[in-house]
Design a protein around this ligand. Structure first.
Ligand code: TYD
Ligand code: MG
Length: 473
């Protein structure tokens, strides 16, 4: 058997060293040395040209390959299935990332319990004891019925033993909770380090590809929002899903950010309840359920989450700054986007936001990063500042430019239909320059050119009065 030993390679310049160094002596970058495992080839194998020819890869004509869809295991949890692109692909490796405590283990245990009704599932945890997992499973039972026969638990962090468990139990699905706790004993570095995370995930990937077993690995996200053991993990796996949401609110969004077997940016919505995660079939309705009609500072945006339109309430609040510097506090929207919109409102509409603290909040713990929500964010701030409520029956869609002009986002018909489905009578949208696709007819569409006109319409005045005039400073 080939012997393995490790070496350290600078990820910036490629300098190789036998021991770890904090600073690379060649390029001078810090913390760039990463441990790598090398296998000593037996000398005979290296020198003989034809050795190993039987199991090397072969190039074939493209026509000889089949393009049939990969076999998938259906998951009875619809939202989960949809985010994956229609079930779990056999032989794939999926990463579930998210903040600690957001519900990753809960979600995966639920999936494990559902899948174990029809096939063998092995759930390996390096974080919790079997008893803790059992207690959680009991809690989830009300949703899934009986404890499935074919769900196996193990608490193990040594990857070599985990692979042995897999060989013994031969499951169709393996869940590793979490990748930061598993380690390969051959490597010097501790569990959770870049090199361990990378090496362990590549081993799991090899296992998945060679045996057709589907693997889910759970990964924690660091403060900066990246999965610890940085991007390395994302390259190794086929699919990356993030579970996000506000820990103090009940909604959880499962978002796919990379998917070799399906659409990206697909989103599944769940609600964390006493008995686990429950699918939210109609997210727009859920996000709007607690809305106060006619409150100043509330606007409804229509954003696209993957292929699905979602209506969200954006709230704005301005209040005079008490201690010198005015603060800008976004929750669920991008900070710089909010600054830009505040600047546009100040310069183009003359709103004196300079001495105001501004708070923006997207209700339900959603994160909105689509420019199509600009108009709703700006309107929410302006509405609070002027203390006039936005018409309750209207949605606002549109990207705001620096001159205060509005730009039309894509997929308008889908957005408008969703708004109409939820009972909105009016949509305030950027003016169409060419009518490529038909828009739904049974919703009153007010087309405006600028944020000024949009606000006139939203705050209940007649936009026609200011036609074609961009506001003066
Ligand atoms: P968990 O899955 O342990 O989070 P992660 O693995 O991402 O760190 O989720 C823990 C939180 O979920 C915890 O605060 C309790 C809550 N929870 C419920 O509200 N309902 C439930 O049925 C379960 C199992 C957990
Ligand atoms: Mg956990």
């Amino acid at each position: 058997m080939a012997k393995t030993h490790s070496r350290y390679v600078c990820q910036q310049c490629g300098r190789v060293s036998a021991s770890y160094m904090g600073k690379c002596p060649q390029c001078g970058s810090f913390n760039s040395m990463v441990e790598e495992l090398i296998q000593d080839e037996t000398p005979g194998k290296l020198s003989s040209f034809g050795a190993g020819i039987s199991n090397r890869s072969m190039a074939r004509r493209i026509g000889d390959f089949s393009a049939q869809a990969e076999p998938r295991m259906l998951v009875p949890i619809g939202e989960f299935s949809r985010v994956l692109g229609g079930g779990i692909v056999q032989g794939s490796i999926v990463l579930i990332g998210g903040d600690p405590g957001i519900g990753k283990s809960t979600l995966m245990l639920q999936v494990a319990m559902e899948m174990a009704k029809t096939r063998r599932v092995l759930y390996v945890s390096g974080e919790e004891s079997e008893r803790q997992i059992k207690m959680r499973a009991d809690r989830l039972l009300t949703r899934t019925g009986t404890l499935p026969e074919d769900l196996y638990l193990a608490t193990e962090t040594n990857l070599t033993y985990i692979l042995e468990h897999v060989r013994e139990i031969n499951p169709a699905l393996l869940i590793v909770d979490s990748i930061q706790t598993v380690y390969l004993p051959e490597m010097d570095s501790s569990a959770g380090s870049v090199s361990q995370v990378r090496e362990c995930s590549s081993r799991l990937r090899e296992l998945a590809k060679s045996s057709g077993l589907s693997v889910f690995v759970i990964g924690h996200v660091t403060k900066e929002g990246v999965i610890a053991g940085p991007r390395v993990l994302e390259h190794v796996v086929d699919t990356v899903l993030y579970l996000e949401g506000d820990r103090f609110q009940s909604y959880r969004l499962l978002r796919s950010v990379k998917n070799r077997f399906g659409a990206v940016a697909e989103v599944g919505v769940f609600e964390m309840q006493e008995t686990g995660l429950v699918e939210v079939i109609n997210p727009s309705e859920a996000f709007l359920s607690e809305r106060l009609i006619n409150a100043a500072g509330s606007a409804i945006a229509v954003t696209m989450e993957g292929t699905r339109p979602v209506l969200v309430e954006v709230q704005g609040l301005t209040s005079s700054a008490q201690f010198g510097n005015a603060r800008r506090t976004p929750n669920g929207v991008d900070y710089n986007r909010m600054l830009m919109l505040a600047a546009v409102l100040t310069r183009r509409l003359g709103l004196r936001l300079g001495e105001q603290d501004i708070f923006v909040n997207v209700v339900g713990g959603m994160k909105v990063d689509e420019p199509a929500a600009d108009l709703a964010i700006a309107a929410a701030i302006a509405s609070s500042m002027k203390d006039i409520s936005i018409r309750a029956d209207a949605v606002l869609i549109g990207e705001v430019g620096l001159a205060g002009e509005l730009r039309l986002p894509g997929q308008m018909p889908i957005r408008l239909r969703e708004a109409q489905k939820l009972g909105f009578k009016t949509a305030i949208v950027p003016k169409r320059m060419k009518k490529a696709e038909p828009w739904p007819e049974n919703i009153n569409i007010i087309e405006v050119r600028s944020i000024f006109q949009a606000l006139e319409a939203a705050l209940g005045k007649d936009p026609k009065a200011h036609e074609e005039t961009l506001p003066k400073e």
